[in-house]
Design a binder for this molecule. Structure first.
Ligand code: PFF
Length: 447
């Protein structure tokens, strides 16, 4: 097995995990999911998911990783010798490809908007024109595929040159900056004419708008946003030093990630109601709304450029952590060299991403269970792979893994008090199985 080194500092460890968690899931997907599912009630359910499942699953992944200092497969073999739980790793790898496949298409859109911003073409248009601008981007296979491929080339170049650590260091400056800029945009949004309708939509829980599908979406969104369920955070956990508090770090990742998602909502919804965009616009929502916000700001050109640049870096740290899942597996379990593992990962990723990009134009008529390929991948990634994977992880740590390992990891071998242990054990043991029964009944159409 490759020699493993730990994160030098606790901040470094947290920054890397937050770097993976904060990405398009928060800025692009959270507002549109909230919009499609009626706003306030969805957000309330979302926050409950983070508390009862999200943070406990982050913790479980950290525990599996740090207690073994290995990748998911080796860890499960070590923790449950002679059992077949390690086969779950293959589901994680498949899941990571599905996520990165559709995710990199959206990263491609971000580069297009970054380019448009740099060219000064994002300002001076009406809401309808912003709508048309997005439609013409996705309708054009060359542009859509071109930007996606460019993003992936960039992603794998960073990985093959071994400069992800450099990128992570850059993003430890970029992330706080992104946070700051979101706050500035939120303040700006609070002066838009649609502010009261926007905030009401976001924070007033109208349960008549919430469906069972919305509850499932909230779970899926929470898991995608936190990067849990496909073993990504197991890898991070495996690099953690033995003296950091896993409970504190898991909570910190969960809270910061949720804060970024909510801030994105506060930035978007007042603008949605001010510019007459439909809150249910779906994946195109932020691309229709953001340029309108920049336009209202002094120095809009600069803000637009800075915003898309920061979102680009946030997405890059997420795709790096995603690609690392199959790459680490191939290196450590298949004994491949790093360049070879990267090459194989790149081949599969390119294939899936190109198909996803074409599903808006050339492959528009191809439907999987009534959804376009992109939508089907997006749905399968969060509502099936990550959700099921997260629940498996929780049940495994709560019921199957030796309880002593969990106790040791939560208390650092008895050195910490571990006051919250019973809370986490309760969530992992009871909330997780109940949720999986709910998901199963829903997916099979029984409820
Ligand atoms: N959490 C990332 C986001 O919110 O954009 C997406 C992601 C990264 C999902 C890494 C899964 C993962 F393993």
């Amino acid at each position: 097995m490759a020699k493993r080194v730990g994160f030098a500092t606790r901040m470094g460890a947290i920054a890397a995990a937050v770097g993976s968690a904060v990405g398009l899931g928060n800025i692009w997907r959270f507002p549109y999911e909230a919009g499609v599912n009626g706003g306030g009630a969805f957000i309330l359910v979302y926050i409950c998911c983070i508390l009862v499942m999200g943070i406990p699953v982050i913790l479980s992944e950290f525990v599996i990783g740090r207690s073994t200092h290995s990748n998911m497969k080796a860890a499960l073999k070590q923790l449950s010798p002679g059992k077949k739980y390690y086969l779950f790793t293959y589901v994680c790898i498949l899941g990571s490809f599905v996520v990165i496949g559709f995710y990199s298409v959206v990263c491609g859109w971000i580069i297009e908007y970054l380019y448009q911003a740099a060219m000064g073409q994002l300002s001076g248009h009406s809401a309808q024109e912003y709508n048309d601008m997005f439609s013409s981007l996705v309708a054009n296979p060359w542009r859509c595929v071109g930007w996606t491929v460019l993003f992936l080339v960039f992603n794998f170049m960073v990985m093959s040159r071994g400069i992800e650590k450099g990128i992570e260091r850059v993003s430890s400056i970029m992330m706080p900056l992104l946070f700051l800029i979101l706050i500035i945009f939120c303040i700006k949004a609070l002066f838009l004419p649609g502010v009261s309708r926007g905030l009401k939509f976001l924070f007033y829980p109208d349960f008549s708008q919430l469906t069972l599908r919305g509850v499932l979406d909230a779970f899926g969104q929470a898991f995608l946003s936190l990067s849990i369920g496909i073993s990504c955070l197991v890898t991070y956990g495996s690099y953690f030093k033995d003296d950091i508090s896993l409970v504190k770090d898991a909570t910190m990742v969960g809270v910061l990630d949720t804060l970024v998602a909510i801030l994105s909502g506060v930035m978007i919804f007042p603008a949605v109601f001010s510019f007459g965009v439909e809150p249910t616009a779906g994946p195109r929502l932020i691309f229709e709304v953001l340029p309108g916000i920049f336009q209202q700001m002094t120095g809009g050109y600069f803000w637009a450029l800075l915003f898309f640049l920061l979102v680009f870096f946030a997405s890059l740290t997420s795709t790096i952590s995603l690609s690392e899942i199959p790459i680490t597996f191939m290196i450590e379990e298949r004994k491949m060299s790093r360049p070879r593992a990267i090459a194989w990962t790149a081949v599969f990723t390119f294939a899936l991403a190109v198909v996803a990009a074409l599903s808006f134009n050339v492959l528009e008529d191809v439907k999987i269970f009534g959804k376009s390929i992109f939508d089907a991948m997006d749905y399968a990634a969060s509502n099936i792979f990550m959700l099921m994977g997260g629940v498996f992880t929780a049940v495994y740590v709560g019921w199957i893994m030796d309880r002593k390992v969990l106790h040791d990891q939560l208390t650092n071998g008895g050195r910490l008090k571990g006051k919250s242990e019973s809370y986490f054990v309760f969530c992992l043991r009871y909330v997780a199985p109940v949720s999986i029964i709910f998901i199963f009944l829903y997916l099979t159409g029984i409820i």
